[in-house]
Write a protein that binds this ligand. Sequence first.
Ligand code: ZN
Length: 215
Amino acid sequence: MLGLGFVKAFLVRGAEKHVLVDSGTAGNSMKIVAQLECGGVNPLDIWLIVVTHAHADHTGSLADVVQATGAKVAVHRLEAEHVRTGMSPPAAESRLSRIMFRPSTKPRAVCVEPDILVDDELDLRPYGVAGKAIWTPGHTRGSVSVFLESGEAIVGDLVLPRYMAFGPPAIAFWAASREDSIASIRKVLDLRPSIILTSHGGPYRPEVLAKLVRC
Ligand SMILES: [Zn+2]
């Protein structure tokens, strides 16, 4: 886990190559590089950055981190245009959340041309890591999670803490689709993860999330 204030990015270590999941808010790249180096990781050994979704607290430093690492960028096909243009994807279903989280008409992040477009799944082994990125829509339509063979699931904002930064897990009321969120949480749980790592708050045990999506 790379702590970046109210949001996290994640380093997934391989034997020689490594994968980053997300890149924090604008101005976080030095913090990310410092934490990599502190952990004995050469930034140039990051081969891939998986973007869980294109909100600015996950992509704000993407261009700088790409420059520092030379890594390729993988994003879901439905979110590619948002990474390309720096525009935030909508994440609002209810009327209240639409008022609170009105989509911006201006770019919120620096534009980056993605290298790899994820559909249902992306094997991470070519990038040095035993795991895969899987499509888990809900928070946004093009959200992805990373599932590692060692058991960890990194789910971005698919699950958020009830009180914004802490507390029990909840499906955010500003999810693009609550129905998709529930289906995606079930999809993650079906992989039998040992722990669920979230970008804000958490981590959560799978049995706690199972209660959240129980019919
Ligand atoms: Zn988000």
